[in-house]
Design a protein around this ligand. Structure first.
Ligand code: GLN
Length: 277
């Protein structure tokens, strides 16, 4: 009854609310056993001892109550980097890797000055720094716990090139400082969106998820605000909701940005937009 394969099957059946039940169970079981997922496939006959079973059930019961896997494990992988996560920030999402990819495709020169606004776990800034250690990256967040977390993530990954700072959007940026690239994954979910009551979103800070004006308020603020801080020819790159590309493109254009375009994620949803000053 306590074989790895049996524990997986019976636990998946209990996780009716999760649409990634099998993956969830495998991650939690691997954690309880101190192994990786590959080990589980290699040793399906392994019998859990009482202590292992107890630890696994402790983790599983949290997941049954809806707690995100990233919070139970205290970490999430993003861009191949292991990031510590907690309830103070958004959990890094695969869609946001599209923003990282788009930023890297710009192939900015060595020493390019890059600003990440609302960095949360530090995911975007750290992914960029891992690929382009030659860029001068500044990452800001309004939540002190987020900056502490991002700094810990940087230390764990031995990234020392990023300047982290507590700031409400551009507040802490010097008036005459300029950047070749400004990126952000700001809050963009509508305040009364039904999605907020489903899945992981229930456990993430509202301040990282929602914005007024049908989710457009912070996006709009950033399009307008970045004008002052972009170097000539500099880019603003923003993640947004899958129905916001058109309105956002209009905002870019009315604020003087050129070469405005949106890029689709793997689900074929417009997910990031970019404009150049
Ligand atoms: N993509 C997230 C979601 O819809 C929202 C992230 C954000 O607001 N920046 O779950």
């Amino acid at each position: 009854m306590n074989r790895v394969s049996e524990v997986i099957t019976s636990s998946v059946a209990q996780l009716t609310e999760s649409d990634t039940a099998r993956l969830d169970v495998e991650l939690l079981l691997a954690e309880a056993l101190g192994k990786n997922r590959t080990w589980l496939f290699t040793w399906p006959e392994h019998e859990l001892d009482a202590k292992q079973l107890k630890e696994f059930n402790r983790l599983l019961s949290q997941r049954i109550q809806g707690r995100p896997i990233a919070h139970i494990l205290g970490r999430r992988e993003f861009w191949g980097l292991d990031l510590e996560c907690n309830e103070h920030t958004l959990i890094p999402r695969p869609e946001t890797e599209l923003l990282v990819e788009t930023a890297l495709d710009l192939d900015l020169s060595s020493g390019a000055r890059v600003l990440d606004l609302g960095t949360g776990t530090g995911a975007i800034a750290l992914a960029l720094a891992s690929e382009r250690p030659d860029w001068k990256i500044t990452a800001l967040d309004i939540v002190p716990e987020a900056i502490e977390l991002a700094k810990r993530n940087a230390a764990n990954l031995r990234v020392s090139s990023i300047h982290w700072c507590l700031s409400s959007w551009f507040e802490a940026v010097d008036k005459d400082q300029k950047f070749e690239l400004i990126v952000s994954n700001p809050p963009y979910v509508e305040e009364n969106s039904p999605w907020l009551d489903i899945g992981d979103l229930r456990f993430e800070p509202r301040s990282a998820l929602t914005a007024g004006g049908e989710g457009m308020l912070d996006l709009e603020f950033l399009v307008k605000g970045a004008v002052k801080y972009l170097a000539k020819g500099g880019f603003l790159l923003l993640e947004h909701g899958n129905t916001q590309a058109q309105s956002l493109e209009k905002l870019f254009i009315s604020n003087g940005y050129k070469s405005v375009r949106s890029i689709q994620d793997l689900a074929k949803h417009d997910r990031v937009s970019i404009g150049q000053l």
